[in-house]
Design a binder for this molecule. Sequence first.
Ligand code: ZN
Length: 82
Amino acid sequence: MSTYDQVEIEDMMFDTSTQTFSYPCPCGDKFQIYIDDMFDGENIAVCPSCSLMIEVIFEKEDLQEYYEEAGSQPPEPIAVAA
Ligand SMILES: [Zn+2]
């Protein structure tokens, strides 16, 4: 299983209403990954149209600000490494 590309979380679009990160796919659709799945350790975003995949580069602590932006809470408190 290989991924099409690696993308930093900062370069992805975050939709606060669906709490989903997305990134443009070469096919015209978007790679998508749900923030709660990332919290659970998932880092592969899939395009629903062509099934290409990208690897999202992020630290779990990075998710905190996006949860706040969406006005929600992570499933459990994020322990920030000192
Ligand atoms: Zn695609």
